[in-house]
Ligand binder design. Structure first.
Ligand SMILES: [Cu+2]
Length: 121
């Protein structure tokens, strides 16, 4: 193997490495999925949220009327939802299945039926 060949091989390796780094950077910059959820007495829209296992997501909540809550116990996450403000929860579902969420702030008679589900596949 002559020196010139070795040098070309080295340059090709560096170029391939750079390309891989650029690809990783582009993947890292893929915008994260944000799911907007609107709460109003006594439901969430959407009430079924479909997610992918091990893919980070941001849930963004607003309320059209009262102070509400969002509690997803299987993933140990919750937030208050305030009228006129956005509440965000970022998490990465690490298990698949169907998981119930509910409002955990009393928002009036009917509050107890304020539920939905997260389906992770
Ligand atoms: Cu409630």
């Amino acid at each position: 193997m002559d020196l010139l060949y070795k040098r070309r091989l080295l340059l090709a390796g560096v170029a391939a490495g750079s390309l891989a780094a650029i690809t990783r950077l582009a993947l890292a910059q893929t915008p994260e999925r944000v799911i907007k959820i609107v709460a109003k007495k006594f439901d969430y829209t959407p009430s079924v949220i479909r997610l992918k296992k091990n893919v980070p997501v941001t849930l963004e909540f607003t309320s059209l009327d009262a102070v509400m809550g969002f509690n997803l116990p299987d993933f140990a996450i919750r937030t208050d939802i305030l009228p006129g403000a956005a509440s965000r929860l970022r998490f990465t579902p690490d298990k698949s299945g169907e998981f119930a969420f509910h409002c955990d702030v009393f928002c009036g008679s009917g509050h107890e039926t304020m539920t939905g589900s997260v389906i992770v596949s």
